[in-house]
Design a protein around this ligand. Structure first.
Ligand code: SF4
Length: 422
């Protein structure tokens, strides 16, 4: 089966794959949305979100640090062909230096094999790369046009057009250059893959904060719409998927996964063998602990557990036999998240306090309810603040849920509400 046949099957084969980065958005829907956007290949972007910073989640580190990295990249290449995109980046957590080195080797090999185009493997550090400040005063051209021009000049899709030639094709400025570029690239598609090192904050993993960071700005989430599929990096249609999502997509398209009934679980806490385990969706926390992580540490007792990364809060030990599905967890006020199971033996109050302190430290400060609320609730859980009026308490939680721009501030109250069950 050639690549064209393969991509023709994307709508059918990717049915049922939901994003594995926490939000659980249908993958095929995103791929189709970018494909539908008009524009030349150089004007569409594929991004792999590898800024894995959710406490208790380390599956992406495992995927990118070993033999599976190649499969993840193949998933990006399939997405590029399906969407009609010629360039992409792996946005990699800054602390993942071993993965960075490994990825460079894998990319170099794939480039030598002709699977990626020349110039792949370059490392960028944000700040408006590639090599141009992204400001509003770029001589009449948009950021998108300038970045496209930069890319083509650098990688040889066109040669530089002299100023007098610009006049001949009908007008001033780089806009006309971009018309030439589109014509030049319409006949063929090569995918060039770089690595962009994350800005180093938890919020950089939020997809629109990630874009801000890549454009050289402070990583604060954007209001949506427009969605990145319509207006993403430099205003271009951009597909952003998590590492594991690309991995499952490639496996399904290549026939090594029959469906999407399994996930990768990061298991940590008071277990004998913390690690990354592939298991069916709907497995229980108890089975993950007993059958995969070799049980609890000697003398440990489960006080509570976090089912899918810090943003999914804490559940009581009575729910260890709950199937870990999106519906079952939603019914408990939680979610599947990143499938990062943390088994706690500290008190639920302390576990919740650690989660809230983390959110307070990682809030980007853009929204007042999140900035103030996370800090206030962390202090309250730490015993530094008394709270005698339940109505005010409830008002704060409501303000955070309703008045926060992104998932951090919206999900943080979940942990507080869950404490009421203990
Ligand atoms: S909810 Fe929090 S992290 Fe998200 S944009 Fe607002 S302040 Fe930033």
């Amino acid at each position: 089966m050639d690549l064209a046949q393969l991509t023709a099957q994307v709508p059918e084969l990717l049915q049922g794959l939901r994003g594995c980065g926490g939000a659980g958005f249908p993958t095929e829907f995103k791929w189709q949305a970018v494909r539908r956007e008009l524009g030349a290949a150089a004007n569409k972007i594929i991004l792999c979100n590898a800024d894995e910073a959710e406490p208790g989640t380390f599956k992406d580190a495992w995927l990118l640090g070993g033999v599976e990295a190649r499969t993840v990249i193949r998933g990006m290449i399939y997405a590029a062909h399906f969407c009609g995109a010629a360039r992409g980046w792996i946005y990699l957590r800054a602390e993942y230096s071993a993965q960075r080195e490994h990825l460079q080797q894998v990319i170099a090999k794939m480039e030598a094999e002709g699977l990626l185009s020349a110039g792949s493997g370059e490392i960028s550090y944000g700040a408006g790369f590639p090599g141009r400040k992204i400001e509003a005063h770029n001589g009449g051209a948009s950021d998108a046009e300038l970045s496209t021009l930069d890319w083509h000049l650098k990688h040889g899709a066109i040669t530089a057009i002299e100023p007098q030639q610009v006049d001949e094709i009908g007008g001033p400025g780089p806009k006309q250059h971009c018309g030439e570029i589109e014509a030049a690239t319409s006949t063929g598609l090569k995918f060039q893959l770089g690595i962009c090192v994350s800005g180093g904050a938890y919020i950089c993993g939020e997809e629109t904060a990630l874009l801000e960071s890549m454009e050289g700005r402070r990583p604060q989430p954007r209001h949506k719409p427009p969605f990145p599929t319509q207006s993403g990096l430099w205003g271009l249609p951009t597909l952003i998927n998590n590492v594991e999502t690309f991995w499952w997509a490639a496996r399904r398209l290549e026939g090594s996964a029959d469906d999407f009934s399994r996930r990768l679980y990061s298991v940590s806490g008071c277990v004998q063998k913390p690690g990354v385990y592939e298991a069916p969706l709907g497995i229980t926390a108890r089975k993950l602990i007993d059958d995969h992580a070799d049980g609890l540490l000697p003398g440990a007792t489960v006080s509570c557990f976090t089912p899918g990364g810090a943003a999914t809060g804490i559940l009581p030990p009575q729910l260890l036999d709950l199937p870990l599905t999106q519906d079952d967890l939603r019914a408990q006020g939680s979610s599947l998240g990143t499938c990062g199971l943390i088994v706690h033996q500290i008190s639920p109050q302390k576990a919740a306090a650690k989660i809230m302190r983390f959110f307070a430290q990682e809030s980007c400060s853009q929204c007042t309810p999140c900035r103030q609320g996370c800090a206030v609730f962390a202090d309250w859980l730490d015993g530094k603040l008394q709270w005698n009026d339940p109505e005010v308490h409830a008002d704060w939680l409501h303000a955070m849920t309703a008045g926060s721009i992104c998932g951090l501030g919206q999900a943080a109250p979940m942990t507080i509400k869950m404490l009421e069950r203990f």
